[in-house]
Design a protein around this ligand. Structure first.
Ligand code: PGA
Length: 253
């Protein structure tokens, strides 16, 4: 893993009211107080961000959002800007999650605009890419990853991307209990890193973190993290319970 500091991120999706999120965040802060050498991030729903930011502010848990809209402000009913996320205490933002691509028509072009807004506003983007089951079965995995990464990062320089986090999330492994094998994940991570190397240079390729996501659990995290190009995890279902999520974060202990 070189000098990359691991990041274990929890995506709470459309779960938890504000008070439920606060309670889970409180427990998480307590359970992970001893976590050294690892960054922890949680992404609760928008409605819970401000309240949760109070809970995590003096802890080693960072706050992230699950999405943003690229415009600065305006008549965009239902949307949330980067500045709004920052004012709610966010440092990270998940961009291009497969559920947004699948259910909300998010395209690589939208993803690119969101990436630009995040970076311009100093939010750390967690850019999600990953192939569907059909794409894997038809041997299109690398083509899909190449396009998603290429289009998502259009117009950036290596300097712009210093904080970039990529999350490789095979769609067939999300919420299904079917994890990619550590070898399958490593192969995809290595490929993604090589794309960054070719386009933005070796310095950036060596320093950016690539997370694996898709049915990460306490019993498979160690095997995934043992892979040289896996720098952390983006965890959905297993991040909703503070104790289970802490077991993933503290997998070495
Ligand atoms: P999962 O979700 O851990 O429930 O598979 C991962 C994700 O969607 O980020």
């Amino acid at each position: 893993m070189g000098n990359r500091r691991p990041l274990i991120a929890g995506n709470w999706k459309m779960y938890k009211t504000s008070s439920e999120a606060v309670e889970t965040a409180r427990q998480l802060v307590k359970h992970t107080a001893s976590a050294a050498d690892v960054d922890v991030m949680i992404a609760p729903p928008f409605t819970a961000l401000s309240a949760v930011s109070e809970v995590v502010k003096d802890s080693n848990v960072f706050l992230g959002a699950q999405n943003l809209f690229w415009e600065k402000e305006g008549a965009f009913t239902g949307e949330i800007s980067a500045a709004m996320l920052i004012s709610a205490g966010c440092r990270h933002v998940i961009i291009g999650h497969s559920e947004r691509r699948q259910h909300f028509g998010e395209t690589d072009e939208n993803v690119n605009k969101k990436m630009k807004s995040a970076i311009k506003n100093d939010l750390i983007p967690v850019l999600c890419v990953g192939e569907t089951e059909n794409e894997r079965e038809s041997n299109a995995t690398f083509t899909v990853l190449d396009k998603q990464l290429h289009d998502g990062l259009e117009g950036f320089s290596a300097d712009d991307l210093a904080t970039l986090v990529i999350a490789y999330e095979p769609v067939w492994a999300i919420g299904t209990g079917k994890t990619a094998t550590s070898d399958q994940a490593q192969e995809a991570h290595q490929f993604l890193r090589s794309l960054v190397d070719k386009r933005f240079g070796n310095m950036l390729a060596k320093s950016i973190r690539i997370l694996y996501g898709g049915s990460v659990k306490p019993n498979n995290i160690a095997e995934l993290m043992a892979m040289p190009d896996i720098d952390g995890a983006l965890v959905g279902g297993a991040s909703l319970n503070a104790e289970t999520f802490s077991q993933i974060i503290l997998y070495k202990e």
